[in-house]
Design a protein around this ligand. Structure first.
Ligand code: FES
Ligand code: FES
Length: 156
């Protein structure tokens, strides 16, 4: 079985993978990181979002070998604090989209300068949700940004 080396959730890792497996498959079935979900399998829904080198990526579209040498973070490595405002704002109903939303929210909160040039709806547009109508998701990410600004001593 081929192997790749990468940084996975902050630690160096050597990972065996089936040659035909997408990164999504390797995470879920090879590594039991089942927080990353499969929705459409076609790069449309964002349920499978992970961070690759700090940017959101649809792991259903990434052949495993393309992650060699990359810094991959899955929802398992995102602090629970990222989920809290999303829960409080009603951003979760069935939960199918939630792991991907959490990952993208963590990306936005790590890069708050993005909101100078993009709306939150644009930044979260890669994560489809059938349930919430998106208002709760946007409110939750905004609440997270406000909490971060407060903790930095900046006015939200
Ligand atoms: S499962 Fe990857 S984008 Fe839908
Ligand atoms: S909460 Fe059901 S798809 Fe988003």
């Amino acid at each position: 079985m081929p192997q790749i080396q990468l940084t996975l959730n902050g630690s160096p890792a050597t990972v065996d993978y089936e040659p035909h497996h997408r990164l999504l498959d390797t995470l879920r079935y090879g590594l039991a990181l089942t927080g990353t979900k499969e929705g459409c399998g076609e790069g449309e829904c964002g349920a499978c979002t992970v961070l690759i080198d700090g940017r959101p990526a649809n792991s259903c579209l990434v052949p495993t070998y393309q992650a060699r040498g990359c810094d991959v973070r899955t929802v398992e490595s995102i602090p629970a604090e990222t989920l809290r405002p999303l829960l409080e704002s009603g951003a979760t109903q069935c939960g199918a989209c939630t792991p991907g939303v959490v990952v993208t929210s963590a990306w936005v909160r790590s890069n708050p300068e993005l909101i100078e040039t993009h709306t939150l709806r644009q930044l979260m547009a890669g994560n489809l949700c059938r349930c919430t109508g998106y208002d709760g998701i946007i409110d939750g990410v905004q609440q997270g940004l406000d909490m971060d600004a407060e903790s930095r001593g900046a006015k939200p």
